[in-house]
Design a protein around this ligand. Structure first.
Ligand code: FNR
Length: 344
């Protein structure tokens, strides 16, 4: 419906203009061990990596944000161009609006037009998958000729919304049924509350190809809803749950290394990307930090991504990691609240 579509625009505006981050992802409690004799040339460091059979230019993923309103086409166009320039993976936002209103498909398919060879991820909510079946999953993939399909989980956001989907039953079965004979790899993705060890086991058991753990400490959908609402009940319930969820670093401790994992949620620099990889992620993902530059210009976005990649390279240099495989073995010190949570 047009409501889904205009809500998308609201979300982008709120994410750009207001404080929508809550809590801490835990990266400040992690330190990569410095190697004072790295014995390598910074310029020879290889950022290239593989993910679900695709070759990527760097272990940075641009996480799902937008599409679904004509005004978002330009943002997706710029995200796709930067993904092509640097060989990065890119996810589009939930395609629900375009599945309900096919005339909106162009705001998503623009990513494939701009980046014919990029690793692109389609996006659909677990609730929509359950309610509309694999047909919608198929259409979402076809719309952008996707390399993978993200099925997103957002029950925290649903729980605080009076009109949210409050019945979560059947989503796991729907994912398992989809994975059984779907030709495109399925990534199960949280959106800011993290994946526990137990839920991780359920997701692998269902046959998912990867997990995007979408941990707490970055963009908070509760904060976005609190900002958007005039409903006092939603506001007070939301404020209670601002801090809910498993911080990204803790969620990495729970599911990192159990399979291909993307770490999103509060990844805010190339150093955070490097830490995530050392903690068992295959890729570090960022959404919010690229939104504002993507709304500005191609140059602003290219500069933002370039900065992150230079930071990854420098962190690899200083940990003596010549490749992403080496970085995955880099040692970390973990302190504070994050360490306490990891020990539980
Ligand atoms: C998102 N995110 C998201 N995720 C998803 O699966 N489907 C979606 O439609 C959206 N939409 C969306 C819009 C905007 C404006 C933002 C900032 C984010 C969630 C996103 O992919 C990511 O998991 C979280 O935002 C955590 O990463 P950051 O923002 O803390 O880097």
């Amino acid at each position: 419906n047009t409501q889904t579509s205009s809500r998308k625009l609201d979300h982008l505006r709120i994410c750009c203009e207001h404080e929508v981050e809550a809590g801490s992802a835990g990266f400040e409690d992690v330190r990569l061990v410095h190697e004072a004799l790295p014995e390598q040339d910074l310029k020879d460091i290889r950022l290239e990596t593989e993910f679900l059979g695709a070759s990527l230019g760097a272990p940075l993923f641009i996480a799902a944000m937008t599409g679904g309103h004509p005004a978002t086409t330009e943002v997706n166009r710029r995200l796709a161009r930067v993904a092509r320039t640097f060989g990065l993976g890119l996810g589009v936002g939930s395609q629900r609006a375009a599945l309900e209103h096919p005339e909106l498909a162009g705001s998503f398919s623009v990513v494939r037009d701009e980046a014919p060879n990029a690793f692109l991820c389609a996006n659909l909510g677990a609730v929509q998958l359950r309610d509309h079946g694999a047909g919608w999953a198929e259409q979402a993939v076809e719309m952008i000729d996707a390399d993978a399909l993200c099925i997103h989980l957002n029950f925290l956001q649903e729980a605080i919304q009076p009109e949210g989907d409050h019945d979560a039953r059947g989503c796991l079965a729907a994912i398992a049924e989809l994975c059984e004979d779907f030709k495109t790899p399925v990534i199960v993705k949280e959106t800011g509350a993290g994946i526990s060890r137990e839920t991780g086991r359920l997701i692998w058991g269902a046959g998912a190809a990867a997990i995007d753990l979408g941990g707490a400490g970055g963009t908070s959908w509760v904060a976005v809803e609190v900002e958007r609402t005039e409903d006092e009940g939603l506001r007070s319930l939301g404020e209670r749950f601002l801090d809910w969820g498993i911080p990204t670093v803790v969620s990495l401790g729970e599911v990192g290394g159990t399979g291909p994992v993307i770490a999103t949620g509060g990844v805010r620099s190339g150093i955070d990307v490097a830490k995530a990889i050392a903690l068992g992620a295959s890729l570090g993902g960022m959404a919010l930090p690229f939104l504002r530059p993507a709304m500005q210009s191609d140059d602003a976005l290219e500069a933002a991504v370039g900065t992150v990649l230079r930071e990854v390279r420098a962190a690899m240099f200083l940990t003596g990691s010549g490749s992403i495989t080496d970085l995955a073995k880099a040692r970390t010190y973990i302190t504070g609240k994050t360490r306490q949570m990891l020990e539980i």
